[in-house]
Design a protein around this ligand. Structure first.
Ligand code: NAP
Length: 245
């Protein structure tokens, strides 16, 4: 079997400049995909992910704003997409009784409305048989300590979109799935895990003895993009190493 399973395929990866998004970019590129790397604030980091590879194109947008998504779609021009990976997100606290309207908007605009509008606008660009993969979280189905109800709600809603889009887009042969990481040590959780005791407790809650890595998640995204996953749609795949079962 050829190692370059994704040669000739094009992937748009949101939030590709760091963390899980960066690992997804590298994983799909390693198998031959052309990567449309979306980034938000850090062009330098995005350039570092792309390196000298001719198979990367960079696109900047704040996905919390529909007008910015429209600008991104315009920049894509007549590009055809095989994989759309909705990865960009924020993990902000929203304690009940203390949350502002601005905080609520920031979480929902980024984690829920962003993917919704991007998929709506990208539909004409998606090839038959394309894959949409939404990076959700185990928080979609469980309570999370630390006052992050809106984060969990945004991911639960993203999973609802996943199931409904799977039905709506099946006639075009487009498969839609979600991936649910558990805890990862990325920039997103860096402040949370600065306390070694908190980090230790998180590791101890993993039956497999370690937290997830971005590569654990990226490998599952690659599987869902592959022909091996051709009959999987509308699913949310837990990639938490038993952290949440
Ligand atoms: N880390 C975990 O433990 C964990 C667990 C479960 C699920 N997840 C999910 O996995 C995904 C990636 O997380 P990560 O750990 O890789 O986080 P990360 O390192 O903090 O990266 C988040 C990415 O999202 C982008 N982003 C945030 N707001 C944006 C906006 N308004 N417009 C466009 N892009 C925006 C960021 O770009 P800028 O920095 O430039 O804003 C960054 O590239 C998220 O959806 C997250 O919810 C993470």
């Amino acid at each position: 079997m050829s190692e370059l399973r994704f040669a000739g395929k094009t992937a748009l990866v949101t939030g590709g400049s760091r963390g899980i998004g960066r690992a997804i970019c590298h994983r799909l590129a390693a198998e031959g995909a052309e990567i449309l790397l979306h980034y938000h604030q850090d062009e330098k980091a995005a350039r570092e992910v792309a390196g000298a590879s001719p198979h990367f194109r960079l696109f900047q947008a704040d996905l919390a704003h529909p007008a910015e998504i429209d600008r991104l779609i315009t920049a894509l021009g007549d590009t055809r997409l095989d994989f759309l990976i909705n990865n960009a997100g924020v993990w902000l606290p929203s304690p009940v009784g203390e949350t502002t309207v601005e905080r609520m908007d920031r979480i929902l605009d980024t984690n829920l409305k962003g993917p919704f509008w991007l998929v709506n606008r990208a539909l004409p660009l998606l090839n038959t048989g394309a894959r949409i993969i939404n990076i959700s979280s185990v928080a979609a189905k469980t309570g999370v300590a630390g006052g992050r109800s809106l984060y969990g709600a945004s991911k639960a809603a993203l999973e609802s979109l996943t199931r409904n889009w799977a039905l709506e887009l099946a006639p075009r042969g487009i498969l839609v799935n979600a991936v649910e990481p558990g805890y990862l040590a990325t920039d997103m959780t860096a402040a949370h895990f600065r306390d070694p005791a908190v980090l230790r407790r998180a590791i101890d809650r993993h039956p497999l003895g370690r937290m997830s890595t971005p590569e654990d998640v990226a490998d599952v995204v690659a599987f869902l993009c592959s022909d091996d996953a051709r009959f999987i749609t509308g699913q949310s795949l837990n990639v938490s190493g038993g952290f949440v079962i």
